[in-house]
Design a protein around this ligand. Sequence first.
Ligand SMILES: [Fe+2]
Ligand SMILES: [Fe+2]
Length: 391
Amino acid sequence: MAIKDHIELIVPRYHNAIEDWQNKNFPDINLLKKYWHKHFPDEEYQLCARTNTIKNELIIQGKHAGHKKFTRAREMKGSMLYQALRIIKAQCSTELGSIQQHADTVDSSVSDYAKFSVLRIMAEELRHAYQMFWVLSHDPTWASTGDKKISNNIMEELLSMGTGSHVLDAFNIEFTDSLDNITFAALIDRVGKFQLSMQEEFAYSPMSASMKPMLREEAFHLKTGWTVLKEICEQAALGEGKWTLDDVQRKINVWYPRALEMFGSEEGGESNIQFCFKTSTNKEAIEGYINEVEWLMSSFNTAIHKARDPSLSKEALRKLSQEDRVLTLPSAKFLRIRSGELIQDSTYDLDGKKIKLEKYIDYLKTVLPEKFMGTKFFTDYASRFNQIKAA
Ligand SMILES: [Fe+2]
Ligand SMILES: [Fe+2]
């Protein structure tokens, strides 16, 4: 039988601060609470920290392999402690950032079910942020860095972030319609699942013990992204619904490159293995992610062909979906924005072919959503090209 989560609240100062943040950024929580049981009769929601059993009591790899997982931050020495803080901060920033993004367009969701599913995702992301606040606030030994307020300062900083100032680019892009909510759940939350799964072995046990409940909730986010996007594809295949298949492809072109970047540089991740914060290098995790997203695309393509011709046999459908891939993943080189890389070195098309700098923005207009080109994120990006041309 599944072991129940252990539930805790954080100190009132931060509990109240998160509730204030919620009132400001996510007032629809009240609507969600009112109708929660109508849509999700088997689940409960509470803003709290949840921990559960960990896979291994011992650190499974790296420098401290065989040692008992650390229960106190002070047991992590030097750069290990700072790196743990960076991961926790980045994790929490993704949770808060996604709520701010979802909030802008959730009201125009395709159906009541889609809307309440996105609201539930937002509520659960808030619980994940709360969880990270618990990790930072229940253990006074974070102060062993010599900076007594280090974790408090991080929490204050997190609460002040908005779309544009979050740690990772994927959380700095404004949503422009509710197809973003769903494509994001399908592609970006899936990265979240990868990170959380790797962190199940996190060497600091309050973090590893947080992962099981978070992963359980994340499964709902992935399911929402998959099922609702599949329905949108089926409707589009028949010329119905709000969006065309080209609209869907253009959204994939926006979010997939950002998803890949969330894993960090392809060459990196070795120190996370050494400290046992994650169980795969960035490259291994990226490969696993791409495999899953390719499966996702093929399930959409099958659904599209089936919607167009329901009489097809299973075998004919499988063959057709492989031969005629309506939706495709961009090359991993497309629209990558890597820190430290010159922008003129990053101008690749969807197939991974290099495009001349002067032509890149015009090319992007043909493969990205029109409304995306008007976001601050994109205009900032495009202005970097103009600066180079002017220089
Ligand atoms: Fe989350
Ligand atoms: Fe999520």
